[in-house]
Every structure is written in C-alpha cells, then in structure tokens.
Design a protein around this ligand. Structure first.
Ligand code: SF4
Length: 235
C-alpha cells in the first residue's frame, strides 16, 4: 500500500492486495446445484492459475465536502447531483471516494472465452477478487480513520444518482488508470468490468442502495426493498 500526499490531498493506493481462494469458494459462489466432475476440474485449474497472477487493487482519497444544496454536494471542486447522496451526507464533512478492481491480470489467463462454463467460472473468480479488494479497503478505512459503521453509494446504483456521475468521481480520484488500471468508457462503464466505485461515508445505520431499489430478481441484491425508506428518501 502506498499513500500519496499531494499538497494536502491524501490518496491511498493498494496495488497488490493478497488474494487466496479455494475451488470450493468458487463453486459455492457459482451457485450450481449439481457440480459435474469436469466443472470441478476446470475450477481447480483456474483457481490455481488465478492464485498465481491475481492482483486485486483499490484506491481511495480522503475528501471533504465543500458545499451542499437540497439535492447536490460539492466535494473538493467536484459537483454531484443526488438527493439520496445529499441526505446520506447530512452532517458529514469527510468522505472517501474509491475504486476497487479485480485487476487486469485475471482476464489474461483465459483469452479464449468460447468455453461458456469455464468463462463463467473465471467471471466468478474475478467477482470474488473485486469483492476482496473492496472489503480490504473498507477494513483499512475503518481501522485507519477509527470509523465505526460505514456505508457506500455508487453512481448508477439508483436513478437518483446516474452513471454519468462516474466522471466527477474519477476526476476526484486523479489518474485511476495509471494507479490501478481502471478506466472509464465513453458510456461511463469501468474496464475491467469487475470493478466497483463509489463513496464511503460514516453512518449510524447501515445504508444500502438496494433498500431504495424495487428491481425484481436482481442477483446482486444485498438487502430487501424497503418502501418506507424509499418514501422517506423521496425516491
Ligand atoms: S437491487 Fe440490484 S440493481 Fe438495485 S441497487 Fe441493489 S444491486 Fe443495484
């Protein structure tokens, strides 16, 4: 991990986060009821190669809120429009914009993606890698800044905070591609795809965007839709 004070800006960069997984971890995450021996062999081979090359990464900046309106906040000269974000940052001065990624290394272990099951297996390993990087960062922030409960929001997770707001988020973080290899496409998607971004902030009650999202059958849902919370937030 390196910390770069730029004038008074503090950016923490984690370029090579240790990542160890087992074949069982991958098969469990794939949620396949009956695992064929051939799939188990494929998963074991990919896990072995992934363990050698995977370098999940993360980056965060310690940032301060400069001003607010009813539905926007300005953080270190970057303007964000979201009623929900604005409400979540009520009374908060310091936030932690971040990006975490599985890294570019894993994609290279299987350039040919024609075997769909093997491809799904590798995607699952990449998903576990980015989750690991994000949790590593979260643990670091809690310990380093003596934070109790923290929550996060991501541009694009709710209609209220559109994906286009990845631009000011990345501008806030500086040269993300140079630091950890993540770039934004014209449509504001991140490459590598298995990357996550957003803002961490301290909270007394844990916040999840899924509370305010009624999308049915979402495989990524972390908590139930809460219509009362949605009404409270006005979304
Ligand atoms: S339910 Fe799914 S789409 Fe909705 S916020 Fe949660 S993860 Fe995102």
């Amino acid at each position: 991990m390196s910390t770069m004070p730029e004038n008074e800006t503090v950016i923490h960069v984690f370029g090579e986060i240790d990542f160890k997984i087992t074949t069982e971890d991958v098969l469990r995450a794939m949620k396949i009821r009956k695992v064929a021996p051939s799939l188990e062999r494929t998963a074991a081979t990919l896990v072995e190669r992934a363990t050698e090359v995977a370098r999940p990464k993360a980056l965060c900046r310690v940032s301060y809120i400069e001003s607010r309106t009813d539905d926007s906040v300005t953080i270190e000269h970057q303007f964000f429009t979201s009623h929900v974000l604005r409400q979540n940052l009520e009374g908060i001065q310091r936030v932690f914009p971040f990006v975490a990624t599985c890294g570019t290394e894993l994609e290279q272990i299987m350039p040919d993606r024609s075997d769909l099951m093997a491809s799904y297996c590798l995607d699952t390993i990449m998903m576990l890698a980015v989750q690991h990087a994000r949790r590593h960062l979260e643990g670091f922030l809690k310990e380093t800044y003596s934070l109790g409960q923290i929550s996060r929001m991501a541009p694009g997770s709710l209609e209220d905070w559109p994906l286009q707001e990845q631009r000011p988020l990345f501008d806030l973080l500086g040269d993300v591609e140079h630091q950890i290899g993540v770039r934004l496409t014209e449509k504001c998607l991140m490459i590598p795809i298995k990357s996550v971004s957003g803002l961490y902030f301290p909270t007394e009650v844990r916040f999840e965007s899924c509370q305010l999202c009624s999308r049915a059958n979402c495989p990524g849902r972390r908590t139930q839709f809460d219509p009362q919370a949605a009404a409270r937030y006005g979304v």
